[in-house]
Design a protein around this ligand. Structure first.
Ligand SMILES: [Zn+2]
Length: 152
């Protein structure tokens, strides 16, 4: 399942990436461009814009996000799109949406704090952002919230 979120939903986009869903963030521009991208890439649209929601029936699936709070937004999406799969959690770069690759300890040497290098064995890397992730690099708070919403 692929998603695209409108410019009001930057934070939500990041969180959907944490959870593992392919989520593009449309950071502004005419609605027509958003619709075009959604159509050509087969993405479900997430929007806070009711007008866009009402005017976008062109074989597209559009979810009108009714809530302001992140937690409520995530619950709504989970329920409406039936998102249950957490197997890809933390496999995607939260900055750019690309899939992370597994890398060796040698590779990340010098790129992360020495104590992390010493205490962790599994690392993931975004080629695009040159950002290293490891287990625990996402705070406990993030993991807890995801578990709370998706494992109820
Ligand atoms: Zn990235």
């Amino acid at each position: 399942m692929k998603l695209i979120a409108d410019e009001m939903l930057g934070k939500l986009s990041k969180w959907l990436r944490f959870i593992g869903y392919d989520t593009e963030y449309f950071s502004g521009g005419p609605d027509a461009e958003l619709l075009l991208q959604a159509k050509s890439e087969g993405r479900i649209i997430l929007t806070r814009d009711y007008e866009l929601f009402m005017n976008s029936k062109q074989g597209l699936t559009v979810v009108f996000i009714r809530f302001d709070k992140l937690k409520d937004q995530l619950s709504q999406i989970k329920n409406e799109l039936n998102l249950m799969n957490l197997s890809e959690k933390f496999q995607r770069c939260s900055q750019c949406n690309r899939t992370l690759s597994s890398v060796e300890k040698d590779f990340v040497k010098g790129m992360i704090p020495p104590y992390i290098l010493k205490t962790k064995d599994e690392f993931k890397y975004c080629d695009h952002c040159r950002k290293v992730y490891w287990s625990g690099s996402h705070s406990k708070h993030i993991n807890d919230l995801i578990e709370e919403i998706f494992n109820e």
